[in-house]
Write a protein that binds this ligand. Structure first.
Ligand code: PEP
Ligand code: MG
Length: 580
């Protein structure tokens, strides 16, 4: 059946490919007793579903085109092996007989027994295979519950696998950096959730908030992900497919053209220079940063080194990661943000220090970021030592997330002094004049800026959280995504006030939230006085092109009018004028 779903675009571009259903959620199925006379037919029902799931995998395998991504074949083989394992193929049959339970429940019981054992495994690769077991089981469950279409894939160069999930955590998403998918679509999630941010950093089209994608799409169905409009087309007809192929190639040509700007310095028409930095999540992201010609790393979200593992990375491991980034950037500034866990980026159990905090009802307002670090001073000191040691290998700066109280900065500065002293005692070198900055992402910090500026060397506005906390909108919740508004007068006033106060005080200020990579807002931010933007490397050249075509005097006047506008319609009109 041919249908269209609408969601929120989080990463632009168009992808055409085949659905790959991914479930990381706990599989929930009903539990009921089977009458004694029906037990054998329940076992038979299980056997039929298992055979059907295996047949689907075989059918998919035989239809893979030669130029399909290697991951496709690997997934299918692995899932087939999982379904052949006796703990999933035999044990549920025994359970149905001994407990007189339904096949779905028996299967999920066995799956949980198996996946619990995976939790104990140290090897991260093997640990990640848990998701494969869940996906393989899900295929059998779908067969048990009826309805599964076998696709007819003939993957070509442009046609890739598209991950379809109900929800993905930032931790799940970061794992996908190792695979080459064509796109991502999820039922839930806000556009500035960390899941969306990581999806954006993969530079492939992605849509969140589709509501019913996971339920309605079957494995292997042909999809078009229109990351420009936030539209997902399922089983497109040939005309629509041809139209999208054309648009896809046009976008490809535009991207190629932008590459010519890599070495062009970013400046407005009158020659005012603008710094364009990149945001990264993992050390390997620096290749893309250099490729985009970024002036430095404006935000390294170091917490991604801490996800998907039970233990915490030690000082040596962190030092190596930070040094790798510092060296790769060859003297360009690298802003290392200290650990920002909590809210949607929870640490897993293991050391016992983190997990309990993430079960609180309002984690975004709880022990997150700097608050968490100050509650775990030994862990924080370990990170600070690792960062300081890396500062010997490049131009490293420290950025503190979520500051709201001056005493948080006092305490952090004391810990930095302590970390320096420990390195002195060990005789290890570091940059003695390392600069310390604060993220302005809580309205309190923006409103009481001067008291924070006294303690800091630079500022970076985290608009994702600033909007979340100003408008009381959970950034991960798609039900309130329509209220997440960077143009809200309160948000603009906080952003503009921060830029103005910092600039007047001679303090460097950047924006590193998603607003910095939003082409619609580039001229507005320039007009408000911003001269340092940090964004995903994939957005950088388009933003540079916009800056190169900007008349600063003109946008300054219009930006002031946007600030004064009280009517949202007027604001949008002025924004359209700014971008014309
Ligand atoms: C922000 O809040 O804008 C920001 C850059 O930090 P993060 O998105 O990681 O919370
Ligand atoms: Mg933030």
């Amino acid at each position: 059946m041919n249908f269209v779903l609408h969601g929120h675009a989080v990463a632009t571009g168009i992808t055409i490919g085949y659905a790959h259903l991914v479930s990381t959620a706990r599989l929930e199925v009903g539990h009921y007793e089977v009458p004694p006379e029906d037990v054998e037919s329940e076992v038979e029902r299980f056997d039929v579903a298992l055979r059907r799931a295996r047949a689907e995998l075989e059918a998919l395998k035989s239809q893979i085109a030669g130029d399909a991504p290697a991951e496709f074949g690997a997934f299918l083989n692995l899932h087939r092996m999982i379904l052949d394992d006796s703990s999933l193929a035999q044990a549920p049959r025994e359970l149905i007989r001994s407990r007189r339970c339904n096949a779905e429940w028996a299967l999920v019981q066995q799956m949980e027994k198996l996946t619990d054992r995976f939790e104990e495994i140290d090897d991260p690769y093997l640990r990640e295979r848990k998701a494969d077991i869940q996906q393989a089981v899900e295929r059998v469950l779908k067969a048990l519950m009826g309805g599964q279409t076998i696709p007819e894939p003939a993957l070509t160069e442009e046609e890739k696998l598209i991950v379809v999930a109900h929800d993905l955590s930032p931790a799940d998403m970061i794992l996908f950096k190792r695979h080459h998918f064509g796109g991502f679509v999820t039922d839930v999630g806000g556009v500035t959730s960390h899941t969306a941010i990581v999806a954006r950093s993969l530079a492939i089209p992605a849509i969140v908030g589709l509501h019913h994608a996971f339920q309605t799409i079957s494995e292997g169905e042909l999809l078009i992900v229109d990351g420009v409009q936030g539209v997902l087309v399922v089983n497109p007809d040939p005309l629509v497919l041809a139209e999208y192929r054309l648009r896809q190639s046009q976008l490809g040509i535009e991207r190629q053209k932008l590459k010519r700007l890599k070495l062009t310095p970013a400046a407005t028409i009158d020659g005012t220079p603008v710094d364009l930095y990149a945001n990264i999540e993992l050390p390997q992201d620096t290749a893309e940063v250099l490729d985009a010609g970024a002036g430095g790393v404006g935000l390294f979200r170091t917490e991604f080194l801490f996800l998907n593992r039970k233990d915490l990375p030690g000082e040596e491991e962190q030092f190596e990661a930070y040094r790798q980034v510092a060296q790769a950037m060859q003297g360009r500034p690298v802003v290392l943000r200290t650990l920002d866990v909590g809210a949607d980026k929870g640490l897993t159990d293991g050391d016992g220090s983190g997990s309990e905090y993430h079960t609180k009802p309002n984690p975004a307002m709880g022990l997150r970021a700097i608050r968490f670090c100050l509650a775990e001073p030994q862990m924080f000191l370990t990170q600070l030592r690792a960062i300081l040691r890396a500062s010997h290998y490049g131009k490293v700066r420290i950025l503190l997330p979520m500051v709201a109280h001056v005493h948080e900065i006092d305490q952090t500065l004391a810990l930095i002094r302590q970390a320096k002293q420990q390195l002195d005692e060990r005789g290890q070198p570091y940059d003695r004049a390392i600069e310390i900055g604060g993220m302005i992402e809580i309205p309190a910090a923006a409103l009481a800026l001067p008291i924070f500026m006294r303690q800091l060397n630079f500022l970076s506005i985290g608009t994702n959280d600033l909007i979340q906390y100003t408008l009381a909108i959970d950034r991960t919740d798609d039900a309130v995504a329509h209220l997440y508004d960077p143009l809200h007068p309160a948000v603009l006033s906080l952003v503009a006030g921060t830029i103005q106060t910092a600039t007047r005080g001679g303090m460097p200020v950047a924006v590193c939230g998603e607003m910095a990579g939003d082409l619609q807002l580039t001229r507005l931010l320039l007009g408000l006085g911003l001269r340092n933007f940090s964004m995903h490397p994939s957005q950088l050249l388009a933003i540079k092109e916009r800056i190169l075509r900007t008349n600063l005097a003109e946008v300054q006047t219009l930006a002031q009018r946007v600030l004064r506008a009280s009517d949202p319609v007027k604001t949008r009109e002025l924004l359209a004028k700014l971008n014309s």
